[in-house]
Design a protein around this ligand. Structure first.
Ligand code: 3PG
Length: 235
């Protein structure tokens, strides 16, 4: 059996303000830092030990990882920062308030943008300074890889190469891995792991800062998954 733990970053400053975030690089809120400490303590209490960690290039995920590793006294393990684990790119919606956007475009349209599989939000305008091509952290990537908007399908398609080329080899070597990412990049990975349908994924929500444990069989197929908080509550 293989161990995989997925954690969505703790609450961010823009989660708190209910703003579309995507690739915007925002800090954790104080609550998000507390969630991260609690998650690290919980994993330590349950004896979780990791051999390698993966996270995105966005500080809300990186800091969540660091805070949890510090609580577990495992800051020494190798960590890999992967653009492919970044949150789904929300295009021109980034920075807009979700409630105000729903008032302007309607709840149904916003739900489609947020939770459907193949509906992309409006793209960033050409030359928008927020485009990833202006961000030095992506300078080594071919421009056609850099999104100006993404639907969940797009996100799945850029997360899966990470899964196949980075996570699978580590798991097959018996390494216990921790992945700290984002609500939608994790929805995309979970869709693949659990073979969730395009319709079924609409209802899947990932809470912030809550370790989700996957037990995988020899073929890396999920045997079971559970939130560690639920296990703790069940005693
Ligand atoms: O990018 C964001 O706005 C959040 O991280 C996730 O937003 P969502 O839950 O609206 O997809």
């Amino acid at each position: 059996m293989h161990q995989l733990v997925l954690v969505r970053h703790g609450e961010s400053a823009w989660n708190k303000e209910n703003l579309f975030t995507g690739w915007t690089d925002v800090e954790l809120s104080e609550r998000g830092e507390e969630e991260s400490r609690d998650a690290g303590r919980l994993m330590k209490e349950h004896g979780f030990v990791f051999d390698v960690a993966f996270t995105s290039l966005l500080k809300r995920a990186v800091k969540t990882l660091w805070i949890m590793l510090e609580q577990m006294d495992q800051m020494w393990i190798p960590e890999h920062k992967e653009w492919r684990l970044n949150e789904r790119h929300y295009g021109a919606l980034q920075g807009l308030n979700k409630a105000q956007t729903a008032e302007k475009y309607g709840d149904e349209q916003v739900k489609l943008w947020r939770r459907s599989y193949e509906v992309r939000p409006p793209a960033l305008p050409e030359g928008d300074p927020r485009h990833p091509s202006f961000d030095p952290r992506y300078r080594s990537l071919h421009k056609e890889l850099l999104p100006d908007t993404e639907c969940l399908k797009d996100t799945v398609e850029r997360v899966l190469p990470f899964w196949e080329q980075q996570a699978v080899p580590a798991l097959r070597q018996g390494e216990r891995i921790l992945i700290v990412a984002h609500g939608n990049s994790l929805r995309g990975l979970i869709k693949y792991l659990d073979q969730v349908s395009d319709d079924g994924i609409v209802g899947l929500e990932i809470p912030t800062g809550s370790p989700l444990v996957y037990q995988l069989d020899h073929d890396l197929k999920p045997i079971r998954h559970y939130y560690l908080k639920d296990l703790a509550q069940d005693g």
